[in-house]
Design a protein around this ligand. Structure first.
Ligand SMILES: *Cc1c(COP(=O)(O)O)cnc(C)c1O
Length: 365
């Protein structure tokens, strides 16, 4: 019997591809005829070294990562990177610029302030982060050690569509909710980090892609587990890594390669987002909350005319098998997270449900 699955719009942890879950299920009791689960084998075994090696090579291929970058598998989520980034990169002048474009950007900035001098180069707090602020070079710090942005703002449904011109100052990006969703020129960045649980795999592993010249200059107070050099020198095997999460990420990378890579998934992602935004833009009762030019293709945020209707929508959608649509408490309303693993079919089901909801509830307005 086919196991019933819902349409999963969870913001993270989020949907995983069905085929990946099925493969993990098939291999759960005995990985590669070992008689053991991946969770039960040593991280020093040849089998696990093959898994982490292929995961690294696959990500390098998928993102076209240049040879002078290192791919690290770390723990602690993006939130730990909020501290690791300044601890590693405040190596010259102890100064950095941050664009505060959402709650996670704000948290990242607050961690950096513990270790150095932080300038807010731009902020969109004035309109509850519903847009990406314009960047004015005159407000940049000329001798900053790095410039931090949040590429996709998960809670508010906005994304950067162009990168700041920072000259020689490395751009550091939190790509937690958009990594592998669209083409990205890694050479434009000094460092990219992302928790896996939105667009890659389960929670527990965090990806760091760092230009090699930025490694090896951590502040003396940096814990060994937050020093990128520790991971570079040990191939991310200094201590026990999150083995099962890395294995699941590898299965996702393999599937994405089989689908045709990032350019293929980007096309599907753009189509999914356009289909949903097009419905919202032509609806009489649903309104998008992010400024059009800055809209995310991963997290689509929208509201109904009242909080009561928002709650009714989320309740009835959940009952209809469309889950995870309640907006973050800081933003309110609704949010449909349509990451790589969310099929077009789920977006169509959502739009059908929204049409029906509009017919049933629009008349009263
Ligand atoms: C989810 C998210 C985070 C927090 O990630 P954790 O792995 O839970 O620490 C940070 N930044 C962005 C952009 C996110 O989407």
């Amino acid at each position: 019997m086919e196991m019933e699955r819902v349409h999963n719009f969870n913001p993270g942890p989020a949907a995983l591809p069905r085929e990946v879950l099925e493969q993990a299920q098939r291999e759960l009791l005995s990985y590669d005829r070992s008689g053991m689960s991946v969770m039960e084998i040593s991280h020093r075994s040849a089998a696990f070294e093959a898994i982490i090696g292929e995961a690294r090579d696959s990500l390098k291929e998928l993102m076209n990562i240049p040879d002078n970058y290192r791919i690290l598998f770390v723990q602690g989520g993006a939130s730990t990177q909020f501290a690791a980034v300044p601890l590693n990169l405040f190596s010259k002048n102890g100064k950095a610029d941050y664009v505060v474009s959402g709650n996670f950007a704000q948290k990242a900035k607050e961690q950096a302030e513990r270790y150095g001098l932080v300038n807010v180069a731009a902020s969109s707090k004035d309109k509850n982060f519903s847009y990406i602020p314009a960047l004015d070079r005159a407000k940049f710090t000329p001798d900053a050690d790095f410039f931090h942005i949040t590429l996709n703002n998960t809670v508010y449904g906005t994304r950067f569509t162009s990168l700041p011109e920072t000259g020689d100052i490395p751009i550091v990006a939190d790509a937690s909710s958009c990594i592998l969703s669209e083409a990205c020129d890694v050479s434009r960045f000094g460092l990219i980090y992302a928790g896996a649980q939105k667009n890659i795999g389960p929670s527990g592993v965090t990806i760091v892609i760092v230009r090699e010249d930025l490694v090896g200059h951590a502040l003396a107070c940096a814990p060994v587990m937050l020093d990128y050099k520790t991971y570079v020198e040990s191939d991310s095997l200094y201590n026990t890594p999150p083995t099962f999460a890395i294995y699941m990420s590898l299965l996702v990378f393999r599937r994405l390669k089989a689908l045709g890579g990032v350019s293929a998934i980007q096309k599907i992602n753009e189509e999914k987002a356009a289909y949903l935004y097009n419905f919202i833009d032509n609806s009489k009762i649903f309104t998008g909350t992010a400024e059009r030019k800055d809209r995310s293709i991963m997290n689509v945020t929208f509201v109904l005319p009242s909080k009561e209707l928002d709650a009714k929508f989320v309740r009835e959608a959940t009952a209809a098998g469309l889950v995870g649509l309640k907006g973050h408490k800081a933003a309110g309303g609704m949010r449909a997270s349509i990451y790589n693993a969310v099929e077009f079919e789920s977006v169509k089901a959502l739009v059908e449900f929204m049409k029906k909801f509009e017919l049933e509830n629009g008349g009263a307005l």
